[in-house]
Design a protein around this ligand. Structure first.
Ligand code: C5J
Length: 225
């Protein structure tokens, strides 16, 4: 029998079987995180997201070392925009929108520099990368099938942004029967109040969508002294 790893978390301890728990890293893409990218061009303070890079690196290194499963996601669209809902294209009434030329290539288009994952957390060839057209990682992707084929029942969800793609994915996962743990220091929002509320919403009401902890507690549980 595979012993469970127990992590101090809120609203209560999160226990997981390592072989059945994947690390799911959401949208750590250059355009969201790098100075000079699309996120910053829109006036966002990317340092709010960049503080998540180091804790994610530590967690990813430990996860890989333990031989556990890692999956990455990227938000983006086909170059011909056939999977881009017209409503998403025009939302925000911006001068520059998805598919237009941005500072790092066409914005949120697969294959462009800005769409790619930051080098600090670059996927290994063995780690699936889910290209998702929506905010949630389950919508219009094969993520659920991949998790089912691999016997995954629990997820550690990290990445950006807390209140958008991380929250949407956690809610989608919860409705599909997965337990989700979110390490607070490994998820980021451009807006501190959304970071706070985005995490509170997950763990409220006895963990209505999941659990919240931090990378230090998770790392301590992974390799106890
Ligand atoms: C993500 C966004 N990844 N904020 N996207 O959260 O539009």
């Amino acid at each position: 029998m595979n012993p469970k790893i127990r992590v101090a978390a809120e609203p209560y301890e999160f226990a997981f079987e390592p072989a059945k728990c994947a690390l799911l890293i959401i949208d750590m893409q250059r355009d969201f995180l790098e100075p000079g990218g699309f996120g910053e061009m829109l006036g966002n303070n990317v340092s709010q997201l960049r503080r998540t890079i180091e804790p994610n690196q530590r967690l990813l290194t430990a996860w890989r070392k333990a031989g556990l499963q890692v999956i990455h996601t990227r938000e983006g669209h086909r170059p011909d925009l056939t999977d881009l809902p017209p409503a998403k294209k025009i939302r925000g009434r911006g001068k520059t929108t998805i598919g237009d030329i941005g500072p790092m290539g066409r914005i949120l288009i697969r294959g462009e520099d800005g769409h790619d994952i930051i080098p600090e957390l670059y996927p290994l060839p063995s780690e699936p990368v889910i290209d998702k057209p929506g905010k949630g990682a389950f919508f219009a992707t094969d993520l659920h099938a991949i998790l089912q084929h691999r016997g995954i029942q629990q997820l550690v969800v990290t990445g950006v942004t807390t209140e958008v793609c991380v929250n949407t994915t956690v809610r989608e996962a919860n409705d599909r029967g997965y337990d989700c743990l979110v390490p607070a220091d490994c998820v980021g929002s451009y807006f501190p109040e959304f970071q706070d509320m985005g995490l509170k919403m997950i763990k409220a009401q006895g963990g209505i969508f999941g659990w919240v902890s931090d990378s230090g507690k998770l790392l301590a549980a992974l390799s106890p002294r």
